[in-house]
Design a binder for this molecule. Structure first.
Ligand code: PMP
Ligand code: GLN
Length: 380
């Protein structure tokens, strides 16, 4: 067996969901919504299956979807992407990430990672032969600093893997922070692999700002999105990539041998969904913001220390004020003794960085959130 993969732990999402199933806990761990997704988008997928959209679609994605992605980003983010040469459909953001790292990294190349980082990043970087260089972000603001970036970048930096809005913290990085990062990417001639799957889930009237839109970044940024987050359809695994044509040609080489395509019926439905009017996207945010506020208020009322969430459907608490020093042990107790599954944020750190933050998914019905709060009352 290959020792690199054999040594990998099981992903924390699977571990916690399994524990939740075994114990009958309220599962606020793994991030998936209660909402079943828009009925018309699901109907469009069903109709596409019946109409016969079931054979291999073009390798780069259905033309309808690539055009819809380009139009969607033009409308929402002011980006000009050429559907034919600068947009590709992948099987989830995960495939886009894996393919990009496979395509760009030569063994020994350095990859700058920001921890806490989504749990797939580090295994993929290592598997591609990349050498991780960490920027350790600290609660409650998880800000990028010039000093930390200067320590992580070097003349061997090939790729910077950045996630905005940031899962698990809910941080939304704005213009000044993005400009700082862009400056380092340009100075070190690095490619920015920017995971923006949460781009539509930003709160309090924020607007997502794509890293690609910053001066000097258009040619060196790979932008990744996912229909899973936009339509509350996490199992669909329809992802998209935007990049300049020369970068896209390289990414497509990896994609052709990874999955080659993504189910065409789902692609047709996502193309339909991306063209929805603004009200759909505003309602998506407003509904999630209301759930965030309800859950945050409930946690605060219990005396827990809530770290503000500006985007994503995750909310974190700091357990240090409870005298806790080990978030993994805390989460085990939480699920076994109190019946609530959550995610220890230390699972998103490779270094010993931070060990007292716990993540909850609040994309749930009020009754589910209230049941969790009732159980959490026993913890404080
Ligand atoms: N990146 C981040 C930051 C995520 O939160 C997720 C899903 N939660 C993914 C990638 C994976 O997206 P997909 O399901 O489209 O592969
Ligand atoms: N992205 C989801 C989360 O952050 C989980 C995805 C998965 O289970 N791999 O919870």
């Amino acid at each position: 067996m290959n020792p690199i993969f054999a040594d990998l732990p099981t992903t924390v999402f699977e571990v916690m969901s399994q524990l939740a199933r075994e114990t009958g806990a309220v599962n606020l761990g793994q991030g998936f919504p209660d909402d079943p997704g828009p009925l018309d988008v699901r109907e469009r997928a069903a109709q596409a299956v019946i109409e016969g959209w079931n054979q291999y679609p073009p390798m780069m994605g259905l033309p309808e979807l690539r055009t819809a992605i380009a139009a969607h980003y033009r409308h929402w983010q002011g980006l000009e992407l050429q559907a034919e040469t600068e947009v590709m459909v992948t099987s989830g953001a995960t495939e886009a990430l894996a393919g990009a790292l496979m395509a760009l990294i030569e063994p020994g190349d350095e990859v700058v990672l920001f921890e806490p980082m989504y749990d797939a990043y580090l295994p993929l970087v290592r598997r591609a032969g990349g050498v991780p260089r960490f920027v350790t972000l600290q609660p409650p603001e998880f800000r990028l600093t010039e000093e930390a970036l200067a320590r992580a970048f070097s003349d061997r930096t090939r790729v910077v893997l950045f996630n905005n809005p940031l899962n698990p913290t809910g941080t939304v990085y704005g213009e000044d922070q993005l400009a700082l990062l862009a400056e380092f990417c340009i100075r070190h001639d690095a490619v920015a692999l920017c995971d923006e799957v949460w781009e539509h889930v930003v709160f309090d009237r924020r607007r997502h700002r794509p890293l690609m839109a910053l001066p000097g970044m258009r040619e060196r940024t790979i932008k990744i999105g996912s229909a899973g987050k936009i339509f509350n359809l996490t199992g669909w695994k329809v992802g998209f990539v935007g990049a300049s044509a020369p970068l896209m040609r390289v990414l497509a080489k990896a994609h052709q041998f990874l999955t080659f395509t993504t189910p065409p019926n789902l692609q047709a439905a996502v193309a339909y969904g991306l063209a929805k009017d603004d009200a759909y996207f505003e309602t998506l945010r407003a509904d999630l913001q209301r759930s965030r506020d309800r859950f945050a208020d409930g946690l605060s009322t219990l005396g827990l220390t809530v770290i503000p969430s500006q985007g994503t459907y995750f909310l974190n608490i700091d357990i240090a004020p409870l005298g806790e020093t080990d978030d993994a042990a805390f989460c085990r107790r939480l699920v076994v003794d109190h019946g609530v599954a959550a995610i220890p944020v230390s699972a998103f750190y490779a270094t010993q960085g931070v060990r007292t933050v716990v993540r909850f998914c609040f994309a749930k019905r009020d009754a589910t959130l209230d049941a969790a709060l009732e159980r959490l009352a026993g913890v404080v």
